[in-house]
Write a protein that binds this ligand. Structure first.
Ligand code: ADP
Ligand code: MG
Length: 696
């Protein structure tokens, strides 16, 4: 018997039935205490409260169906499977099992009534793969559930039933002693926004009662859920604020005096900087001159010229005797930056080294050695920069490109790596992720933001057309004409939600087809499965103009810069999201010549796809596209929040709850200032383990 009545801080290991093994699994989910269990909220619900007629089920839908078995057979194919066909008068459905035994096969007899819960495949066949099922004895007497079933974030070895039991225990505990559940949202805020009681909201969300408004709950819009979402978003803003404060508590070396180097650098450029580039550079330099670590984001649409600005910022660090780390999200981009930076900096007598995953041992050793000496230099790298063996002698500035591939956590890791005691490097982040303004502030609330809101002069907007793949041959003909006009072309093969292997296969096949269809042209191929060295040499050949037509997978999506490329064909464009289409299209329209983008689709086009393609056709403004994206996507579908570097949330949804963000951001200011203790505890409740604040 525990010495003290269990409360919120009680460790889960003290609950009955939680042994060391379970405790470890819970830890993986960030659950250590009873409070953590209470705030481990359902990510969604299963609706087993009604039976859906088979004829009314939709691809991708999770539902409960009931019918009579018509036929059960084993099918031998590439993969042996047990198929069981059922029907309910409104339609028929196939249940498919890859894992099965003889007894199971025998039990699924023709004529028996069966009830199944599962997801209708989104691919062509009308089937459920491995549904949960139960054979019924008296189908007429079988009841359905009267409440929604919560589905929790789980982990291998710790499944839904177990999590439901554990949350039951936690809920019972607070039912007995509701006063133990700390209300952390200050009373004036609760009153102003008419927020329901925390205890009620938790009960309702974990165990919706039978009379609950199912549609509202499934949509995540029930006041109980919204109340918890409010609290979580509040804690998110408080957390980001705290990161900022913590980093700002450290000091940094002021960096400056880059003017002489910058003048030589600018003189050697083939163009002059835009007003926006100059303005943003000035903003950066003001930060660099201070004894506080800069935390600045450069935002700017694809092609606005962020790299040059970053390079100019580097010169201040170099002139002050410091090293700079430039981090890129992919090997391709890393190579490109390495080439650009060494090309720009070698004439100035500045060393650029590369540190990526593909280096040979000796190359790697010499790069590591260079970093460990006091020489001011630029190191361009991928994730490899995080590795343990990497240590910097004098890191003054960290530049992270295309931030949407990295999260808050990784950003902080690199900062800490470069820290010397209390002295932190300055940090500059570049992003072209067109996310709507409302979301920018949640992703980057810890950063100051500069915008390059002007494209270099002479850029002509890309002319975009939407064409059915039935006109593929016309398009191929157009390629020939374009090459005759001296243009270079990308042909992008996309397959969303399918394996990378399939993508590469599609690209390889398209490549072979185009080689045949376009004799005399130099057709290249690049995809993710090629060795990095091959990718690099293909990109080099393309950049040098030795390849006319480059068939590519979406590996070229981010950052690739070949200004002479002025025609892009995107196959299956209807399958891509707007953000990705915009990134891809941003690979052309970078030079001064006129560019065209062909969005090729496979008919018939769904209404949603039609609207997406129309958006691409009618605008090239990244922010307009992002806003449209937000409108067109349903909640939870946002850009892949992980990819966008946006925080991972338990119950809030940045799209569904976007309208709350500006308001809650303001509330966070007030809470941080007037209620520091609640603020601290809110962060602890929702964010602590996730972001590892303790370590900043
Ligand atoms: P992004 O902001 O998408 O990273 P880049 O830095 O790759 O863009 O720049 C896109 C292209 O525009 C590059 O080829 C770059 O050399 C060129 N560029 C950058 N600034 C200017 C400018 N002020 N005038 C003309 N071209 C520029
Ligand atoms: Mg870039």
């Amino acid at each position: 018997m525990p010495s003290k009545a269990p409360g919120l801080d009680t460790e889960v290991t003290r609950l009955s039935g939680v042994g060391a093994r379970t405790a470890l699994l819970l830890e993986k989910l960030g659950i250590y205490t009873v409070q953590d269990l209470l705030f481990h909220l359902p990510i969604r619900y299963q609706d087993r409260t009604r039976i859906t007629p088979i004829g009314a089920t939709l691809p991708g839908q999770e539902c409960l169906v009931q019918g009579e078995i018509e036929l059960t057979q084993v099918k031998f194919g590439r993969r042996r499977s047990l198929l069981c066909r059922i029907s309910d008068g409104s339609g028929a459905l196939t249940l498919r099992f890859f894992y099965f035994n003889k007894a199971q096969q025998n039990s699924l007899q023709r004529g028996r009534a069966i009830r199944c819960y599962g997801r209708i495949s989104s691919g062509g066949a009308h089937e459920m793969i491995h549904p949960e099922y139960r054979l019924l004895v008296n189908p007429a007497d079988e009841e359905v559930d009267d409440t929604l079933v919560p589905v929790y974030p789980a982990t291998e070895g710790l499944h839904q039933n177990r999590l439901r039991k554990l949350t039951d225990t936690a809920l019972r505990l607070i039912s007995k002693q509701p006063s133990r559940l700390l209300e952390l949202i200050p009373a004036p805020v609760r009153e102003q926004y008419d927020l329901p009681d925390l205890c009620d909201a938790l009960h309702y969300t974990h165990r919706p009662p039978p009379d609950a408004d199912t549609a509202l709950l499934l949509a995540g819009k029930h006041p109980a859920q919204q109340r918890l979402a409010f609290e979580e978003l509040l804690s998110m803003f408080l957390g980001l604020r705290r990161i900022r404060e913590r980093v700002r508590k450290h000091s940094a070396r002021p960096l400056g005096n880059g003017q002489a180097l910058q003048r030589r650098f600018i003189d050697a450029l083939a163009f002059t900087l835009t007003g926006a580039q100059n303005r943003v550079l000035a903003e950066i330099e003001q930060d660099l001159a201070r004894e506080l670590p800069m935390m600045r984001l450069i935002q700017g649409d694809v092609g606005c010229g962020k790299t040059v600005v970053a390079a100019l910022a580097c010169l201040n660090a170099i002139a002050s005797g410091f090293q700079v780390a430039v981090m890129a999200p992919t090997e391709l981009l890393c190579d490109q930056h390495y080439r650009n930076f060494s090309h720009w900096f070698a004439p100035l007598g500045i060393d650029t080294v590369i540190l990526s995953g593909k280096l040979r041992k000796a190359e790697r050793q010499s790069a590591l050695q260079a970093l460990a000496t006091d020489t001011p230099l630029i190191v361009v790298g991928t994730h490899a920069l995080f590795q343990k063996e990497v240590s910097f002698a004098q890191l003054g500035l960290v530049i992270i490109d295309e931030q949407h591939r990295f999260g808050v956590h990784q950003r902080l890791t690199l900062l800490k790596k470069g820290a010397r005691g209390d002295v932190y490097p300055h940090q500059l982040i570049m992003t072209a992720t067109p996310i709507p303004r409302t979301l920018t502030m949640s992703a980057y609330a810890d950063l100051d933001v500069s915008s390059i809101d002007e494209l270099p002069p002479g850029r002509k907007p890309v002319n975009t057309v939407v064409i059915s793949n039935q006109r593929r041959e016309d398009i191929v003909e157009r390629i020939r004409e374009a090459v005759n006009d001296g243009r270079q072309i990308y042909w992008v093969c996309t397959l969303i939600e399918e394996s990378e292997a399939l993508q590469c296969q599609a690209a390889t096949e398209t490549h072979d087809y185009l080689v045949q269809a376009l004799p005399g042209l130099h057709v290249g191929l690049i995809h993710g499965r090629m060795p990095d060295r091959d990718k690099e040499s293909v990109m080099q050949a393309y950049k040098a103009g030795d390849i006319d037509l480059l068939v590519a997978t979406t590996v070229i999506e981010v950052g690739v810069d070949v200004p002479n490329a002025s025609l892009m064909i995107i196959e299956n464009a209807e399958r891509l999201g707007l953000a990705q289409l915009h990134q891809l299209r941003g690979r052309i329209g970078r030079g001064s010549s006129h560019s065209d983008c062909v969005l090729m689709y496979r008919p018939p086009l769904s209404e949603l796809s039609r609207q997406r393609l129309e958006t691409m056709r009618s605008t090239s403004d990244g922010f307009k596209i992002a806003e449209k994206d937000l409108q067109l996507r349903g909640p939870g579908e946002l850009i892949g929040t992980r990819q966008a570097g946006l925080p991972q949330l338990h119950i809030a949804d940045l799209v569904r709850d976007a309208h709350l963000l500006p308001e809650i951001n303001r509330v966070a200011d007030r809470v941080a200032e007037q209620f520091p203790e609640q603020s601290r505890q809110l962060i602890a409740r929702w964010q602590q383990k996730k972001m590892g604040y303790g370590n900043v």
